[in-house]
Write a protein that binds this ligand. Structure first.
Ligand code: G6P
Ligand code: MN
Length: 439
């Protein structure tokens, strides 16, 4: 049985994760569940809304909430880390500053994602992992704190990614949509071939259970009807619908593979900027939309639990994926998932020390990445450019280097000119204040 600590437990993603943990109690039984957050009010709300469901699933499960490292990390088997340093307020700065200069403003892509949020997130994630390893040296850390690509590179340098697995739910969310469009039951019905970086990769084949590649058929479906199934609840609102619509358009121009939807920020930067409102970005939509609605739901439920069946309407792939990944590691099941690992030859013509997103079998001793043939020039060029930007952001953090931070921004494909890179960097330094080291 497993003791799990959810770090960043006050997040509106947490109820979905707990729900998955409860639903999968046979595959991944719990001994104890620990909730950790610096925002105790949010965390305790999440705890209260989940109490009844936990009691229905487990007779006597010990559940604690804490903001103390020792209490959180002593004798744990798995750490699920999903922190957002600076909260949605800082997400808003990451998005708005680049947009001021006509550059993509996005949570994980372009300069706001890789550099502003990256440099802010690194020390926070490192601290969590350090504390976890101090109190439970053998625990596994499943980290999906963003920007995952930059965070994964930083944890590689700091810890060699020993018992750390960096993951992202986006490939799974996309796969779920694909599987629905193909009339399949679930994302686990498709075995993908995929290469790239986090939020920067391509599906090259999608095998169903009979071994047939369904990618060509799916591409036709998307071209004819668009992305008709947007599967999981976190990617369903109007703004994400826009993303899926644009996604269908990329496929026309790049017919070879199926890209991760985030590639639109790099391949159509200026078109995307035209569609963004620099004074009302995704952070505002999340604050005034999903966050507000979910908190209202929680409060309604807490006021009258007997009338509400569940404050969580649907299961999320986010929760299911992390629990399945943990089960695969805990019980050496060898599930094949897309995860972020050190390249080491998985993509033979990329450097070995780049953190890539590829299929891997999850074993109790760690992920075993699948190696495939070299990638062609277009993809190699794009990936090397993006990886350089991410590595430079991590250099900037570890070396406290203004010059490296400037290079990280200037080299990014979303940036038209170095003057703009410099102006954006200077604004980031001011906006991030104490969150950033002094460069
Ligand atoms: C996907 C990505 C996450 C990202 C999220 C943002 O799930 O994989 O990395 O955090 O989308 O969604 P939001 O609705 O908050 O913009
Ligand atoms: Mn992600």
């Amino acid at each position: 049985k497993n003791t799990v600590v959810i770090v960043g437990a006050g997040s509106t993603h947490t109820p979905g994760i707990i729900q998955s943990l409860l639903q999968k109690k046979e595959e991944f039984p719990l001994k104890k569940l620990i909730l950790f957050d610096i925002d105790e009010e949010r965390m305790n709300m999440v705890k209260s809304i989940m109490t009844q469901f936990i009691e229905e699933a487990y007779e006597n499960l010990e559940v604690i909430s804490t903001s103390d490292y020792k209490e959180a990390f002593t004798d744990v088997d798995f750490v699920f880390a999903q922190i957002r340093q600076g909260g949605l307020k800082m997400r808003s700065c990451d998005e708005k500053i680049p947009l001021k200069y006509g550059v993509v403003g996005q949570e994980t892509c372009g300069p706001g994602g890789s550099i502003s949020y990256g440099i802010r997130s690194i020390p926070a994630v490192i601290e969590i992992i350090r504390q976890a390893k101090k109190y439970s040296p053998n625990c596994w850390i499943l980290n999906y704190s963003n920007p995952a690509a930059v965070v994964a590179e930083a944890t590689r340098r700091e810890f060699g990614n020993e018992r750390i697995l960096n993951i992202c739910d986006m490939p799974v969310a996309i796969l779920l949509s694909y599987s629905k469009m193909l009339g399949l039951k679930d994302w686990t019905e498709l075995d993908p071939e995929y290469f790239g970086l986090n939020h920067f990769g391509w599906f090259t084949a999608l095998y169903d259970k009979t071994g047939k590649d369904r990618l060509p058929e799916l591409r036709k479906l998307i071209l004819e009807n668009g992305m008709t199934a947007c599967s999981d609840k976190h990617h369903k609102d109007k703004d994400w619908q826009k993303t899926w619509k644009q996604y269908a358009e990329i496929i026309k121009d790049y017919p070879e593979y199926l890209p991760n939807s985030y590639l639109q920020y790099y391949l159509y930067s200026s078109d995307v900027v035209k569609k963004m409102d620099p004074s009302y970005t995704r952070a505002d939509m999340v604050i005034n939309g999903r966050e507000k609605e979910m908190i209202e739901e929680y409060q309604k439920y807490l006021a009258n639990p007997s009338e509400y069946k569940s404050p969580i309407q649907e299961f999320t792939v986010f929760g299911d994926f992390i629990v399945d990944a943990a089960a695969s590691i805990a019980y050496n099941k060898g599930y094949r998932y897309l995860v972020i690992v050190e390249n080491n030859g998985a993509i033979p013509n990329l450097p070995s020390d780049v953190m890539v997103e590829v299929p891997a079998y999850l074993r109790s001793w760690g992920p075993e990445a699948i190696s495939r043939k070299p990638i062609s020039t277009f993809y190699k060029g794009l990936i090397e450019n993006q990886a350089a930007s991410e590595k430079l952001a991590v250099d900037a953090y570890f070396e406290n280097s203004y010059d490296k931070a400037l290079q990280a921004i200037a080299i990014n494909k979303t940036i038209p000119s170095t003057n703009i890179a410099k102006a954006i960097l200077d604004d980031f330094i001011e906006a991030n204040g104490e969150y950033w080291p002094r460069l």
